[in-house]
Ligand binder design. Structure first.
Ligand code: HEM
Length: 562
């Protein structure tokens, strides 16, 4: 058609050359316009070869073979052009080291991430390539304390494209965590800050206490009748119930009915899909188009929105987080939309419950692997017993806080950090001596930073709660470690709750909850691993899908005399 239109009978090789040129041109278009919508990508992929096949058709015998040849030539030249550009010195991230396959395509890193061990891969890459590694064609990972503030501080970068993929249903009205526009984020964050202010936290204390008492009653019965209990399950259900109470004034009773709603399974099944769409945002369009895809994620999102809708209809007698989010006090100039409230309601369950229960499990696991630390903590708890149930006094228990921080250091609940990207229109952002150009993204890799001997020494990979104590205490308790080694303890490199305007708004609630739970369990029970439990399985089964997935934690509980 083209040739007849132009009335120029093209030679076969010239027709193919035009197809090759179209492939290269398409790459330039991809590069310039950066289409993320799947529809646009599909148009760029399929429309040019379909049109150009008319140039090739006069030289071939059948339509299908012509289409296949044209598409093959077009795609090969497009892919070759992309690969050559991504590996060329002209690429904006050319000077950064990294594995060849990471530079060529994000598919390589995503493939590794889907096995649940991305935190170890990041770590391995930093060991091989240094503090700044190119982990994708347009993505960098940093392992340096000096990158934290420039990247995540008040003058840092907003959230990156990872968050476009993670919340496909909520692209228009995103949950707070996924907001990429800093102004909108700051506006929406105000209600969250009020919900986690000191007076608000005081209101939640009684709700947390009631749930912990319920757990103790259940565990006391179980301890008398069962050999062991899986604390991984029970702590998960506990934090769900607490989060439902704090967030929605009830509505969850996972402990009572041993997870009748199957919420934990919903969440577990949802995570790989959410991670896949985060790394490859264009897949989220497929997810929207194909109702059969990502069933686990859909079911969990439905559950979370249901919880928020129920609370909206039911109302509440006390000030829960929802009270602040729907602005019942009327403090905001414009009331929040329903979509915004439902979207944020769902976020809290994931952000607040799983992170806290995973950290609680890590704490128990570390304590049971380290009997000396267990005994020291138990002594401190027993000593404080008359104040133990007062969160304000728990905040001043040095060994308790040291244990919690050391667990958060070694296994931060968000192992691989939260992606950032330069503000659109800014041109890019300088991170120390490095420049992150617009169109690329970056992350500070929390797990690598927390295990870096430049920031935590000696023995950065070992559980040593004493590193968080005062110097004289350290030497008194562990002279062999602290009197004979050079001590490095750089708390600026400790970022389990992230840093800056988008840091974890629930940080103080999480600490409060963890202190209360750990004090109670240590005070009420003697704990040991179930006979035959392979302690290494805990770490092996820990999977980094952004929200950590964890295995069993079978513990034998014996009630302590009160
Ligand atoms: C041990 C427990 C917890 C850990 C380690 C943790 C960690 C984090 C991290 C790393 C972020 C990402 C911040 C960023 O993008 O830079 C975050 C965000 C967030 N967390 Fe937590 N979190 C915990 C508990 C909680 C709790 C109990 C809540 C209560 C609802 C909560 C609510 C949130 C919210 C709403 C955000 C989004 C903040 C924003 O974008 O402004 N988190 N958390």
């Amino acid at each position: 058609m083209f040739s007849s239109l132009l009335s120029i009978p093209l030679e076969f090789r010239h027709a193919l050359l035009i197809v090759v040129g179209a492939g290269v041109t398409s790459h330039c278009t991809f590069n310039r316009l950066e289409p993320r919508a799947l529809l646009h990508i599909l148009i760029l992929l399929f429309l040019p070869p379909i049109l150009l096949s008319t140039l090739v058709l006069p030289h071939m015998s059948g339509f299908f073979s012509t289409a296949a040849l044209t598409f093959g030539v077009y795609l090969s030249s497009l892919v070759t052009s992309i690969v050559v550009y991504r590996l060329s010195p002209r690429h904006p991230l050319a000077k950064y080291p990294g594995p060849l396959l990471c530079k060529v395509s994000k598919l390589w890193f995503t493939g590794i991430a889907m096995k649940g061990k991305q935190h170890l891969y990041y770590s391995e890459l930093h060991q091989r390539f240094g503090d700044v590694v190119r982990i994708g064609p347009n993505e960098l990972s940093f392992r340096n304390v000096n990158a934290i503030v420039p990247m995540m501080g008040s003058k840092g970068m907003p959230k990156g494209p990872w968050w476009d993929g993670r919340v496909p249903e909520n692209r228009e009205v995103r949950p707070l965590l996924a907001l990429r526009d800093p102004e909108e984020h700051a506006r929406r964050r105000r209600a969250w800050n009020r919900a986690f202010s000191t007076p608000a936290l005081k209101d939640y204390e009684v709700l947390i206490s009631a749930r912990i008492s319920q757990l103790v009653d259940i565990l006391t019965t179980k301890a008398a009748t069962q050999n062991s209990v899986d604390l991984s399950k029970w702590l998960g259900w506990l934090t769900y119930d607490i989060m439902n109470d704090v967030m929605f004034s009830g509505g969850g009773d996972s402990m009572k009915f041993e997870d009748r709603d199957d919420t934990s399974r919903l969440l577990v099944n949802a995570q790989p899909m959410a991670l896949l769409m985060s790394h490859l945002p264009w897949i989220s369009d497929l997810y929207l188009w194909l109702p059969g895809m990502g069933q686990g994620l859909r079911a969990f999102r439905k559950y979370a929105v249901q919880r928020a809708s129920e609370r909206k209809t039911r109302g509440s007698h006390h000030k829960d987080v929802f009270y602040h989010l729907i602005d019942e006090a009327g403090l905001e100039p414009t009331p929040p939309s329903s979509a915004q409230i439902l979207s944020d309601g769902g976020l809290a369950i994931i952000a607040g419950a799983e992170t806290t229960s995973t950290t609680l499990c890590h704490i128990i696991w570390f304590l049971l692997c380290n009997p000396t630390a267990y005994r020291r903590l138990q002594a401190e708890v027993d000593d404080q017993k008359r104040n133990t149930w007062v969160p304000a006094s728990q905040a001043r228990m040095p060994y308790l806080n040291a244990v919690i921080n050391e667990a958060l250091r070694l296994f931060p609940a968000v192992l691989s950090g939260s992606q950032r990207a330069p503000l659109i229109g800014s041109g890019g952002q300088t991170i120390g001596s490095h420049f992150v150009p617009e169109g690329t993204s970056a992350v500070v890799h929390t797990f690598s930073l927390h295990h870096d001997p430049r920031y935590f020494s000696p023995f950065p990979d070992t559980f040593i709660p004493e590193r968080w104590l005062a110097a004289e205490e350290q030497i008194a308790l562990e002279p062999a470690i602290f009197a004979e080694n050079e001590i490095v303890h750089n708390t600026a490199a400790f970022i389990p709750f992230s840093v800056g305007p988008s840091n974890c708004v629930g940080r103080n609630l999480a600490y409060q909850e963890m202190r209360m739970v750990v004090c109670t369990l240590i005070s009420k029970f003697e704990m040991r691993f179930e006979e035959g439990f392979d302690v290494n399985s805990w770490e092996e089964e820990m999977l980094d899908y952004f929200v950590v997935q964890r295995g069993r934690l079978p513990v034998v509980l014996t009630a302590r005399p009160s």
